[in-house]
Design a protein around this ligand. Structure first.
Ligand code: GTP
Ligand code: SPV
Ligand code: MN
Length: 591
């Protein structure tokens, strides 16, 4: 189909034509998002060996990436603003003009011998006043399939694409010479660049085919570009799950929660309560866009339509809803595979069969002690397949948020849960988050780093301004949500987790529910309000209360010192109100 029959949007036509001229693809495919299109592209990939159908799961596939293209690459991710200060001290900055020049030469002829796919998509329910449109151009069929699951992609989005949109250009960066055979996972590791231009809302990604580097609707648009738009326009784009919580008797409330990558969002979003009568519904597992409603409450939509979830650790014990979600129509990336056509990963809940194909696509040798599935292996699946999918996800107005959780992976210091004294103190809790790094990003795993609101790799502007924006949002809300810090990952002296987590996290949600309802009891601590022994329902769980909730003054003095030095990074852009919170905390700790 000709471009001008496909759309009448002149800006879109011009942009696509420019990218064709630049990238010189062999073919152009304008995506319609249909099931037939999905099947045809999947069939092409199966034929060239880059996708392998799973006999045991209807309409499901596995694939293996290049062994060094397995996660987001933060060192190759750039925020390009005219003034360096506007990207802030936590982002890699690059001069926009110089970056454009570099990109022009990287993308020149980069799709030679390949098909260019043009993907129109919508982040958020189509027609919602809070939804935003984007178009991704890519030469990766893997990206097309994943975008079809992860976003509202295709003809419906295109119908709404009459005006502005966020353009995103992506290439695996491996042009094909005439007669050259393609590799199984083409990429260009030496020239990876994921560049964001928040001042013009555009994205360019080169050289990587993996998840957050390549599915441009997700981290690039829905967080980095959207957070910058949100700052200008008075809303928030956050790395947060959204869930609905209904008690045995009483009203449903909605909760949003931020945890750094691979720290528990998908699991909490799909929680199966261990307490009878409680119900959790899933509205999103990774990203929330939040705005002020006419009633002065904070409303959230999930801009995504699917889950790109961590596979390892997912089992019928930890996350039965996820296991049921991925029974069919699922793409698995970098998991291990069984001989009879199923998938396997560490923590799936049963031992591997004798013969296993590792995530690298070769027979797995357990004696080598290398995981069979990559620690950042993932499943891509439509949210609608989740047994606790909530149709609230389609509500164009979003849902009112009663509580916000900010969490992290901390083996010590941080208690299971603490409630902020008020909004600004809650913002301070979010700003103070540090977490042990995971395999979701390339680099060393397990070291502690600051990750305010789990947004360190995703905030598209100056983090100091981001804090100020949060403070301001609170001032504009008549009924701001309460803010809680949580930590499922504290360990005892034996190195074991103190808290059983997963379905038992409902006990923490129950306490939060009761606090929000104005009933639950709490005791004052230097770092916030905490459950008293009898106000958190631990039933007959044998958990050690004291070590889970203790606030060790020596540890906290160090924590305060660390925060004092960290917050200096933001200079004059660090809000006075948060500096005040830090002084207050110091005083309470030293009392
Ligand atoms: P991203 O998709 O990278 O943003 O990750 P996420 O925040 O959605 O993390 P996810 O829920 O996939 O969990 C990541 C890892 O943490 C998995 O291996 C889980 O098994 C583990 N995990 C999640 N919740 C808990 C919990 O309550 N307790 C413990 N001990 N581990 C948990
Ligand atoms: C994360 O790393 O937070 C993810 C996976 O959710 S990715 O899409 O790669 O960003
Ligand atoms: Mn994430």
């Amino acid at each position: 189909m000709a471009l001008n029959q496909w759309t009448r949007n002149q800006k879109l036509i011009r942009w696509v034509e420019e990218q064709i001229a630049l990238c010189q693809p062999a073919k152009v495919h304008l995506c319609d998002g249909s099931a037939e299109e999905f099947d045809a592209i999947a069939a092409l990939m199966v034929a060239n060996g880059s996708l392998i159908p799973l006999k045991k799961r209807p309409h499901s596939f596995r694939c293996h990436t290049h062994p060094d293209d397995v996660a987001r690459v933060e060192e190759c991710t750039f925020i390009c603003t005219k003034n360096m200060e506007d990207a802030g001290p936590t982002n890699n900055w690059h001069d926009p003009q110089l970056m454009k020049k570099k990109l022009q030469s990287l993308f020149a002829n980069c799709m030679r011998g390949r098909t260019m796919y043009v993907i129109p998509y919508c982040m958020g329910p189509i027609g919602s006043p809070y939804a935003r449109l984007g178009v991704e151009i890519t030469d990766s069929p893997y990206v097309v399939l994943n975008m079809q699951i992860m976003t509202r992609m295709g003809a419906d989005a295109l119908k709404h694409l009459t005006g502005d949109f966020v353009p995103g250009l992506h290439s695996v960066g491996r042009p094909l010479n005439p007669g050259e055979k393609d590799g199984p996972w083409p990429c260009n590791l030496d020239h990876r660049v994921i560049a964001h231009f928040p001042e013009e809302s555009s994205i360019y990604s080169f050289g990587s085919g993996y998840g957050g580097n390549a599915l441009l609707g997700k981290k690039c648009f829905a967080l980095r570009i959207a957070s910058a738009l949100g700052q200008k326009e008075g809303w928030l784009a956050e790395h947060m799950l959204i869930l609905g919580l209904t008690p045995p008797e009483g009203q449903k409330i909605y909760i949003a929660a931020s945890f750094p990558s691979a720290c528990g969002k998908t699991n909490l979003a799909m929680l199966t309560p261990s307490l009878p009568g409680w119900r959790v519904e899933c509205l999103g597992d990774d990203i929330a866009w939040m705005h002020r409603g006419a009633d002065g409450r904070l409303y959230a939509i999930n801009p995504e339509a699917g889950f790109f979830g961590v596979a390892p650790g997912t089992s019928m014990r930890t996350n039965p809803n996820a296991m049921k979600t991925i029974g069919h129509h699922t793409i698995f990336t970098n998991v291990a595979a069984t001989e009879d056509g199923d998938v396997w990963w560490e923590g799936i809940g049963f031992s591997p069969p004798e013969k296993l194909i590792s995530w690298r696509g070769v027979p797995w040798n357990p004696s080598e002690e290398i995981p069979a599935a990559h620690p950042n292996s993932r499943f891509t699946v439509s949210a609608k397949q989740c047994p606790i999918y909530s149709s609230d996800m389609e509500n164009p107005q979003g849902v009112p948020i009663s509580a916000i959780l900010v969490g992290a992976r901390r083996h010590s210091v941080m208690p299971l849960v603490a409630e902020s004294f008020h909004w600004n103190h809650g913002v301070f809790l979010g700003a103070s988050i540090s977490s042990e790094t995971t395999a979701a990003s390339s680099g060393q795993v397990g070291y502690l780093r600051h990750d305010p609101f789990a947004m360190l790799p995703f905030c598209g502007y100056h983090m100091g301004d981001y804090f100020a924006h949060w403070v301001e949002m609170g001032q504009r809300l008549k009924h701001p949500p309460r803010i809680y810090s949580v930590n499922w990952f504290r360990r005892g002296v034996d190195g074991q987790f103190l808290w059983p987590g997963f379905g038992e996290n409902i006990r923490v949600l129950k306490w939060i529910y009761e606090r929000v309802a104005g009933r639950g009891g709490a005791v004052h601590s230097p770092i916030g309000l905490m459950p008293s022994f009898d106000s958190i329902d631990c039933g007959n769980l044998s958990v050690p209360f004291e070590p889970l909730f203790s606030v060790d003054r020596n540890e906290w003095q160090k924590e305060v010192q660390e925060l004092e030095s960290y917050f200096q990074l933001f200079g004059s852009r660090f809000p006075d109100s948060l500096a005040h919170e830090l002084r207050q905390l110091k005083q309470r700790i030293c009392e």
